[in-house]
Design a protein around this ligand. Structure first.
Ligand code: P6P
Length: 333
């Protein structure tokens, strides 16, 4: 009867003494995860696949489930009663719940369905979330709330919709995984205090972008491909195209996931992944598991966002692998 003792709701009650009302936020995210998992499971049967015809602030085509899942996240986080500002990939501006703010103390940044390009082919997608405390004071604090650095996070994680639905989170005391048991409708603890291996044997990157990668990255990938059994090479390649899936594998098996900076026609280097609700939450999680996350030049969690939808390059995974990649990126290898 382990599933009774190890339910997420029970776990959060025991943690509540230490994490306070953050437990209410995490509990609500679990509810959203159950609702989104149910909708994903029947999407192809109820016409929920495909595009809405709109384009989001990122300039990306919006899927019907992106909008639907965003609405679910907004409603369940509002219902927690303790969230006063929300930032979402699917909302151009931060959502500021003025009526919540006198009491509401949390700011939640999220990507409701990350990897949605996989939706129509029944691929793995996920919901990524990042929680900070309200920073600003007075009615105009929404702007300050939305651009806090990753180091201000008090919790972060994801819900992964795969063969099983898993919620993986950290509140600064290790990384814990809960698997949805559909027979009782509860997330049940499946792993606790996850530690990522110091070094892995898998690299994960979209190699089609190699011609425009920032300096040093192509040399790094060539290094990983080279045959040298004494140093554990070649690595093998895995790429799902869904950050939650690629980072979850890296968290458990080690290695490195990269979405490197890309050099544009103007000579400037830019990233694709969003800092506030993709890179920073995954960085908090991987560091709690003993791993590392950087842009290649600076620690992801140290970046002070210029805007709520800022994009960054990211190298994330095993400590030794990310350190090696940084050395190539800095031209020291
Ligand atoms: P590409 C999904 O759109 C996403 O934001 C991440 O989940 C994923 O890692 C990345 O973009 C995939 O990008 O350019 O390889 O399709």
């Amino acid at each position: 009867m382990n599933e009774i003792a190890l339910r997420l709701s029970q776990h959060l009650r025991t943690e509540a003494a230490e994490i306070g009302e953050l437990a209410a936020v995490l509990d609500q995210i679990a509810v959203a995860g159950k609702l989104i998992a149910r909708e994903l499971g029947r999407a192809s049967l109820i016409g929920q696949l495909g595009l809405t015809g709109d384009v989001n602030v990122q300039g990306e085509a919006v899927k019907k489930l992106d909008v639907w899942a965003n609405d679910v996240m907004v409603r369940v986080l509002d219902a927690s009663g303790v969230v006063c500002t929300m930032v979402s990939e699917e909302m151009d501006e931060p959502l500021h719940l003025a009526e919540r703010c006198p009491a509401g103390q949390y700011v939640v940044c999220f990507d409701p369905v990350d990897g949605s390009s996989n939706l129509d082919v029944n691929g793995i997608v996920g919901t990524i979330f990042s929680v900070r405390r309200r920073r600003g004071r007075g009615i105009d604090h929404a702007a300050a709330d939305a651009v806090q650095p990753g180091s201000a996070q008090v919790a972060a994680g994801y819900v992964m919709y795969g063969p099983s639905t898993m919620l993986v989170y950290t509140a600064g005391k290790g990384v814990h995984a809960f698997t949805l048991d559909p027979t009782i409708g509860e997330f049940v603890r499946s792993r606790q205090h996850i530690q990522t291996p110091g070094r892995g044997h898998i690299y994960s990157v979209n190699e089609a972008h190699a011609p425009v990668w920032a300096p040093g990255i192509r040399e790094y990938i060539d290094y990983l491909r080279a045959r040298d059994p004494a140093s554990g090479r070649p690595y093998t390649a895995r790429y799902v195209g869904s950050m939650v899936a690629d980072v979850h594998r890296t968290l458990l098996e080690g290695g490195i996931f990269l979405y490197p900076g890309e050099v544009g026609a103007d000579g400037k280097t830019s990233g694709k992944l969003r800092l506030q609700y993709e890179a920073a939450p995954m960085a908090f999680l991987i560091e709690q598991a003993g791993g590392k996350a950087s842009t290649g030049r600076e620690r992801i969690q140290d970046i002070h966002p210029a805007s709520a939808h800022q994009r960054v390059p990211i190298l994330i995974g095993s400590r030794d692998d990310v350190t090696m990649a940084e050395e190539f990126a800095a031209g020291r290898r």
